[in-house]
Design a protein around this ligand. Structure first.
Ligand code: CA
Length: 230
């Protein structure tokens, strides 16, 4: 599941820019246009990170941040504060709001995305250890995501487990029986040709836009993830 970002900002053009850029990077978004609404949405939507503007019509961003950091259920929720250039940003930084990072307006989309990713990485160090990489494919096991050449690949649960099995040992040829054991479990009865059906789906999902086929069929033996060297 993609991370959910709560955008707290009262100016519609700012909201639209943030929303557009976050969603094009694969994040999900939810928007609050005031401080009270933000506090409510944190409880209701359980976002993974909050982008919080300092200047809001009701509660200030500083107050919202303090309240979030004071509550046991949102204490560890990462917050990035948005401030205006100059004195305001210095003042906010000087106040001990508990924010995880600050971004000064105007900012570039690239800058805020980079800050969000950095704060999320710090908040979830365990995620880094759950990546499998082969060629241009990355599997994020914790988040159940597959990326090929920077693009998100959507796989069904069986295809996900098949790919995980293959990516744990690149180059190794797995028989259909071995794949059944690992991707379906020993106790489930599935015909071995079912493996072929799911491998076909996996190939179709992975090999988008004419990308090279990474799955090698070894006649009479099974399948492997491999770059053809022939
Ligand atoms: Ca504002």
């Amino acid at each position: 599941m993609e991370d959910l970002i709560l955008i707290v900002e009262d100016e519609p053009p700012q909201v639209e820019v943030l929303r557009y850029n976050l969603e094009s990077e694969g994040f999900r978004t939810v928007v609050a246009t005031g401080g009270e609404e933000a506090l409510l949405l944190v409880k209701e939507e359980e976002p993974d990170l909050v982008v919080l503007d300092w200047m809001l019509p009701d509660l200030s961003g500083i107050e919202v941040c303090r309240q979030l950091k004071a509550r046991p259920d949102s204490k560890t929720l990462p917050v990035i504060m948005l401030t205006a250039r100059g004195e305001e940003s210095d003042r906010v930084r000087g106040l001990d709001t508990g924010a995880d990072d600050y971004v000064t307006k105007p900012y570039s989309p690239g800058e805020i995305i980079a800050r969000i990713r950095a704060v999320l990485r710090r908040a979830h160090p365990e995620r880094d250890e759950q990546l499998l990489k082969y060629a241009d494919v990355t599997m994020d096991l914790a988040q159940h995501k597959v990326i090929r050449d920077g693009k998100s690949i959507h796989l069904g649960p069986t295809e996900f487990r098949l790919l995980k099995t293959l990516m744990e040992r690149p180059g190794r040829v797995f028989s259909r029986e071995q794949l059944l054991d690992r991707a379906w479990g020993r106790d489930i009865y599935v015909e071995s040709r079912t493996v072929d059906v799911h491998i076909r789906r996996l190939r179709k999902a992975l090999n988008v836009d004419g990308a090279p086929d990474l799955i090698r069929t070894v006649r009479g033996a099974g399948y492997a993830i491999d770059i053809e060297t022939a």
